[in-house]
Design a protein around this ligand. Structure first.
Ligand SMILES: NC(=O)c1ccc[n+]([C@@H]2O[C@H](COP(=O)([O-])OP(=O)(O)OC[C@H]3O[C@@H](n4cnc5c(N)ncnc54)[C@H](O)[C@@H]3O)[C@@H](O)[C@H]2O)c1
Length: 429
């Protein structure tokens, strides 16, 4: 059993702290936000993630997890604080630096410091190690240091924290080994050991690969809209090739990872990260593409003074996370052009627009614009929605709802990345 101090109790830190606590360790979870500390100590949680409420409550109830505003002397320190982008698209490392600074006075021989936050390659070696060395403790001998990136998928965090393969990058091979010993008690997936910079870059390349692939799909979508065919069909067919795996087009890329991490490489390697940079620009321009297309569809339908209903504002389906969500850009742009209504069963606010309930949102609307693909939307009855609307148009930027059901209810159905005029009799591949 170890004493563990987890710094940052957000989407990554709270599940991590709770899991270590329910695996027998004594954990102090630290957050600079006092409200979060109070909430967790009261047996509640402040984020939406399946299973987390029960787990965190059990961890606090067992006495193995408590939240605090200040770090406590521990054997292990795990840093799970944000690494967002600054407005100039460079990485804001000040949370990582502050969290590291906060533990310097209490570090002692034998301690292990782990950076879980996604960080530009070189951060552990060139930023954390010099700060820790300032204590006079010898890194790699007196104390150990490692980067252990998180690769969990929101919505499946608890399962993936345990089952996913983990990469552990040590400042020395021994630091990697010591860190692996700790995670072995928790992680059932394979654990791969390497150096810290390789671990940092591997994590960033996972998200960069996905961003570039999505940019390719979005570019294909533009071509298909011009050609009057469906990129979804093209992708479905191309992916029948055993070595092709094209991702999906959409309204843009959001969330704290895929839309952020590739910029860390553009920042470090402005002359070489060319495809990476272009892909970011392509994906970042999708919200504008969505807005232009929505306006064109409304104009083609002859709608005057349109009222548009956005369904789903989180960056993806079934989560409440709106960070970097393309919906925010879409809301900002559409707000200038139409009477806008916003509905999301998971998100309570913080999107720069007031939220409506379902019934209010569709009343007298001219278009339902699907931006996040929440499963709840599949259960909506198109006939009932249509009865309340002024003009029955569905514009689906996720190719998510069954177009036939909506068409049968009298909707004019449009899908992003498809210029195809689909009819109810269309034979599917
Ligand atoms: N959310 C994900 O799905 C995900 C997946 C993989 C990697 N990551 C990475 O994990 C890191 C954390 O992400 P997150 O989603 O958990 O962030 P988050 O914003 O949900 O939580 C971070 C928490 O850290 C707290 N904090 C800030 N400075 C602090 C300090 N000095 N001491 C203590 N607490 C502090 C904040 O108040 C906040 O509650 C980021 O680098 C992110 O890129 C996140």
């Amino acid at each position: 059993m170890k004493t563990i101090c987890v710094l940052g109790l957000g989407y990554i830190g709270l599940p991590t702290a709770s899991l270590f606590a329910t695996h027998g360790h004594k954990v102090v979870g630290v957050d600079v936000n006092d409200k979060i500390v109070e909430t967790i100590n009261a047996g509640e949680i402040h984020i939406e993630e399946p299973g987390l409420f029960t787990l965190a409550r059990a961890a606090v109830g067992s006495g193995n997890l408590r939240a605090a505003s200040e770090p406590a002397v521990s054997d292990v320190y795990i840093i799970c604080v944000p690494t967002p982008l600054k407005p100039d698209k460079t990485c804001d490392l000040h949370y990582v630096e502050e969290a590291t600074r906060s533990i310097l006075p209490i570090l002692k021989k034998g301690d292990l410091i782990i950076l879980e936050s996604t960080s530009p390659p070189g951060t552990t070696r060139d930023v954390l190690a010099p700060m820790l060395a300032g204590t006079g403790l010898d890194i790699g001998r007196d104390i150990h240091l490692a980067h252990c990136p998180e690769r969990v998928l929101p919505g499946r965090i608890l399962k993936e924290l345990i089952e996913n393969p983990r990469i552990i990058g040590g400042i020395t091979p021994e630091s990697a080994e010591v860190t692996a010993e700790l995670y072995k008690g928790l992680v059932e997936g394979p654990i791969y050991l390497t150096d810290c910079t390789t671990a940092e870059l591997a994590k960033i390349m996972e998200n960069t690969y996905r961003d570039v692939n999505i940019a390719l799909a979005n570019e294909l979508g533009h071509l298909c809209e011009s050609l009057g065919i469906s990129a979804w069909e093209v992708i479905e067919l191309a992916n029948k090739h055993p070595r092709v795996s094209l991702h999906s087009p959409g309204p843009g890329v959001g969330g704290h990872c895929i839309s952020v991490d590739p910029w860390f490489l553009v920042e470090k390697f402005p002359d070489n990260a060319k495809i990476i940079h272009l892909s970011r620009q392509t994906n970042d321009s999708q919200p504008e593409h969505v807005v232009n297309r929505a306006m064109q569809i409304l104009a083609d339908a002859g709608v005057k003074k349109p009222r548009v209903t956005i369904f789903g504002v989180s960056y993806k389906g079934n989560v409440d996370d709106v960070r970097e969500s393309p919906a925010l850009e879409i809301i900002g742009m559409l707000n200038e052009k139409v009477d806008l209504v916003v509905y999301d069963p998971h998100v309570k606010g913080g999107v720069g627009h007031e939220m409506s309930n379902l019934e209010e949102s569709v009343t007298d609307s001219d278009m339902i614009l699907i931006v996040a693909d929440h499963s709840d939307f599949r259960f909506l009855a198109p006939e009932e929605l249509g009865r309340k609307m002024r003009t029955k148009i569905l514009f689906d930027t996720r190719n998510f709802l069954d177009p036939r059901r909506f068409r049968e209810a009298g909707f004019d159905v449009h899908t992003i990345a498809s210029g195809k005029i689909e009819t109810t009799s269309k034979a599917r591949v």
